[in-house]
Design a binder for this molecule. Structure first.
Ligand SMILES: [Zn+2]
Length: 309
């Protein structure tokens, strides 16, 4: 699950098209060589809902809000359904931009424009192509009958490419609330600090290839909260018996069960049995509790940084 280090929010599509994911694998061996640019033709969040939660066959790799916030939606290694035909998106990253004003001009905000410039520079740098205008395509430039990306943005794409080129390799550090530093593979490296917060959960969800990567461990039992101070941000302790717990913990319980470590119920609840199995799997002291900092969590973070669980 690769997203730009500039990403502020991660919102993979949760809508389903004909019961399946609404994005595709890229054709084998394809290299990313450009960015396809779209506008929402909407000033509110309806465009975001359409791409993320609706069952419409539409999705985008990135979405930019009027405030400049960059949403990572379809991970870059997958082809989003954005530019009228699969072939148009096979070798491109796609971005949809919220509008600041409506018809006829469909402006985008200065903050969104700035994010677009930095995103284009970043994508060009990571995928090793020159950030020139020819690789920055407005939707209608594919010969499609659409006004997208609108009369305001289309003539400004020359300027976007020029400014992206001027940024050169210096593209990080703008606006990102928790922008991780990418490793050469494009994956974020976790801090090995022994505290299991949203960053660790996000990475665990990526490694487990979960549909939803939100950094949250949902519906946990308050009974175990005080024994596990090493569980920090993103843990929800309002769960009830039988509510399914966290899908991420459930998936991990299945893996630990298959390794002969976990004997408890596959209930999505992180309790003493799960933590003991985790500690045994990691080869750390198996006392079923996560202290702050926890050597087990440090070992987990180190393992996740190798892309495994
Ligand atoms: Zn479009």
């Amino acid at each position: 699950m690769v997203y730009s280090p500039l990403t502020n929010e991660v919102m993979p599509p949760t809508g389903r098209y004909k019961g399946g994911k609404k994005w595709s694998a890229r054709p084998k061996g394809v290299r990313i060589n450009g960015l396809n640019v779209h506008h929402h033709a909407a000033t509110n969040d309806s465009g975001i809902r359409r791409l993320v939660t609706s069952n419409d066959p539409a999705s985008a790799n990135y979405i930019i809000r009027n405030n400049g916030s960059l949403i990572g939606s379809v991970p870059e290694e997958y082809r989003a359904w954005t530019t009228s035909a699969y072939a148009n998106d096979d070798d491109k990253i796609t971005v949809e931009i919220q509008n600041e004003t409506g018809a006829p001009e469909w402006r985008i905000s200065a903050a969104a424009m700035d994010t677009l410039i930095r995103l284009y520079a970043d994508i060009a740098q990571r995928h090793r192509f020159a950030p020139v205008r020819a690789s920055l395509k407005g939707h209608q430039e594919y010969g499609v009958a659409t006004a997208c990306p609108g009369p305001y943005l289309l003539p400004r794409l020359d300027d976007v490419a020029r400014k992206a080129a001027a940024l050169g390799g210096v593209v990080s550090g703008g606006g990102g609330a928790s922008a991780p530093t990418p490793t050469p593979s494009g994956q974020a490296k976790l801090d090995v600090d022994g505290k299991w917060g949203t960053g660790t959960t996000t990475r665990l969800q990526q490694v487990l290839d979960m549909d939803v990567v939100d950094g949250e461990v949902s519906r946990q039992s308050a009974t175990w909260r005080d024994d596990n101070p090493g569980c920090t941000t993103g843990w929800d302790w309002t769960g009830k018996t039988g509510d399914g717990g966290s899908p991420t913990i459930r998936r991990h319980q299945e893996i630990l069960r298959d390794r002969g470590r976990y004997k408890g119920a596959i209930d999505g609840k992180a309790g003493p049995q799960y933590f003991t199995a985790l500690q045994q799997d990691l080869g750390t002291k198996a006392d079923g509790e996560l202290w702050k900092p926890s050597t087990a969590v440090e070992a987990l973070q180190e393992r996740l940084n190798t892309g495994r669980i």
